[in-house]
Design a protein around this ligand. Structure first.
Ligand SMILES: [Zn+2]
Length: 603
């Protein structure tokens, strides 16, 4: 992707108000000069998420996330910086100026466009095959057996791949797609992988075709379902990984279901396309399904964009259970809550809805238990053996999962509940959960770790950062002084120096956002935190600055004087040191003059 120009970033932040943008995601309450809400990034009961219209920034005291409108969209939508700017630009009606593409980037983008075109057209062709051709008779009757009518087939653009080794290849030739494009898109395979000129054959033959879309609704791959249950080959054949499609990133149906998921803050994860389509069409729309793979960390991040809670329905067999446990780890680490739904033996949501109607399925959703309760009940059920040893073993197993939860308050509540339910002292569980916390801490890198990494400057420097970002006259006053000569050797003033050397102007509200756009995530988080502190008066900060500068110059002079004293023999060293002392005298004078200028300006 090409870089977005700084002018665009400036236009975007100038055109939008952070209160409107965040307020369009969830309601904000006025709190004095600011706005407040429950934080969308961590679990909490009392609001610690603040939005400042003056500074055009947000900050959460609970999880320390903060920044401008751009960082908000990055965090909330889980998109990268350029994508966040793009989304905001669309909203603001600002045209994006992009810096020149490199040849390689341009080529990648052209290929992507061609492959999207290919998928768009071949999805239409498969779909027309299903609706119109005689060969698709079996496919159509299979669909109607599963209760999926023509209207549904049209809405989901279900298609049919002919029973042929070359139909797609021939279609591609007629439609102007090259052999390479068909191979890259995963629609055909060369007979001999090592021989690029070998003949190709169709990957999908005599299958019901479900288009897989990204969350914008663009077709990027297919899942082909067997029609004849006795046929050879897998029940499902999916497109291979391609420049468009990575199965670990894609959730089936999300383009259609994301609104319902966002509305309910709850996502029901199912296993197959047909389950998903039946459920969605029956009116339970907050559903999604991983595509030919177990849930991945990327999936969890994607879900977290829209949901707080995930309901899993898994097969009751051992394999299903293992998959569920792995999924749990991933979902907890992403900060999602999990409930487990139980299906009657031998049923899936599709068969259940067809037999008992959607209300039967809704009832199972309502009955879905929090994973912890589910595990405890299951663990204690059956044998009637509730010995301490058995309860401890069970507690340890479940506490491991609690250890994965990134939010400390939620984690604590879970452990407490677990201890109560199993009638065990809670200290016995803390150890297990802590240990697992340590083991998993390398993994949840998507969640707030940048904020934690940020090193906050010490109090007075932080106060100066705050003041220079909010007080135009103070900022101007320090900028007019030789601040670089003073601050350069002082560790911990890097952020402060960045403010002084930037083009930031507190009088212009969007300029903080523009300034943040050029910083690292951790720096933005640190400054956002600082901006949320109580402001310290300009004159007090001016004094901080003068004292800091004079103290630094004083200690430099002391060092140089001792060099002069000790350098009896070396005249060179002596004279450079004396020259440096002269410079320090000059600097001191400038600082002192600036100080009195500040004082006169106050009178
Ligand atoms: Zn928070």
């Amino acid at each position: 992707m090409p870089r977005i120009s700084p002018e665009t970033i400036e236009q975007v932040t100038a055109a939008l108000n952070i209160v409107d943008v965040i307020g369009s995601y969830f309601p904000l309450r006025r709190a004095g000069t600011e706005f407040r809400a429950l934080c969308p990034f961590h679990q909490e009961k009392t609001p610690s998420f603040y939005v400042s219209p003056d500074k055009q920034t947000f900050y959460c005291f609970g999880c320390q996330r903060g920044g401008s409108i751009i960082q908000f969209v990055e965090e909330y939508e889980h998109v990268d910086f350029p994508e966040a700017v793009r989304r905001l630009a669309t909203r603001a009606g600002v045209a994006i100026q992009q810096e020149e593409l490199s040849a390689e980037e341009a080529e990648k983008q052209t290929l992507r466009k061609r492959l999207l075109r290919l998928h768009f057209e071949v999805a239409n062709w498969f779909h027309r095959n299903l609706l119109r051709t005689r060969a698709a008779e079996a496919a159509r009757s299979y669909l109607s057996e599963r209760g999926l009518n023509i209207e549904i087939a049209k809405r989901w653009q279900i298609g049919y791949a002919p029973d042929s080794w070359t139909a797609v290849t021939e279609w591609g030739q007629q439609s102007g797609f090259s052999r390479e494009e068909l191979i890259l898109g995963g629609l055909v395979k060369p007979k001999d992988e090592n021989n690029p000129s070998a003949r190709c054959y169709d990957r999908f033959r005599h299958r019901l075709m479900f288009p897989i879309t990204n969350d914008l609704g663009e077709v990027i791959a297919f899942s082909g379902r067997q029609i004849n249950p006795n046929a050879t080959g897998g029940k499902y054949v999916n497109s291979p990984e391609s420049p468009l499609f990575s199965k670990g990133n894609i959730l089936f149906g999300l383009a259609k279901s994301k609104r319902a998921i966002a509305r309910s803050r709850q996502a029901i994860v199912l296993e197959g396309q047909i389950d998903l389509i039946t459920t969605f069409e029956a009116g339970v729309e907050n559903v999604t399904a991983p595509q030919g793979t177990a849930l991945t960390e990327r999936h969890a991040v994607l879900l977290k964009r829209f949901a707080e809670e995930v309901i899993l329905f898994f097969d009751a067999d051992a394999a299903g259970e293992r998959a569920a446990e792995r999924a749990l780890e991933i979902l907890y680490a992403a900060g999602l809550q999990v409930r487990i739904g139980v299906l009657p033996a031998g049923e899936d949501p599709d068969s259940l809805i067809r037999k008992g109607g959607v209300e039967t399925f809704r009832a199972l959703i309502a009955e879905a238990k929090d994973f912890f309760d589910f595990e405890i009940e299951r663990g204690l059920a059956g044998t009637g053996n509730q010995s301490v040893a058995r309860r401890v073993a069970l507690a340890r197993r479940v506490a491991q999962f609690a250890g994965l939860v990134p939010d400390p308050v939620l984690r604590d509540t879970m452990i407490m509940r677990l201890a109560q339910r199993l009638r065990l002292p809670r200290e016995s569980l803390d150890q297990v959960s802590l240990q697992n916390r340590r083991n998993s801490s390398g993994r949840d890198s998507n969640f707030g770790s940048e904020a934690n990494k940020a090193i906050l400057p010490e109090e007075k420097i932080a106060a100066l950062c705050h003041a220079t970002l909010t007080d135009q006259s103070l900022l101007r006053w320090i900028r007019e002084q030789p601040w670089l000569a003073i601050l350069e050797p002082i560790g911990g003033t890097e952020l402060f120096q960045k403010i002084l050397s930037s083009a930031v102007q507190p009088e212009v509200p969007n300029s903080i956002a523009t300034f943040f756009a050029g910083l690292e995530k951790g720096e933005v988080a640190a400054l956002s935190q600082i901006l949320k502190r109580r402001p310290i008066e300009g004159s007090v900060c001016a004094e901080y600055w003068t004292k800091l500068a004079l103290a630094e110059l004083h200690s430099r002079r002391q060092r140089l004087l001792s060099v002069v004293r000790l350098s009896e023999g070396s005249t060179d060293e002596r004279s450079t040191s004396l020259a440096e002392i002269n410079e320090i005298d000059d600097l001191e004078q400038i600082i002192a003059l600036a100080q009195s200028a500040w004082k006169t300006s106050l009178n």
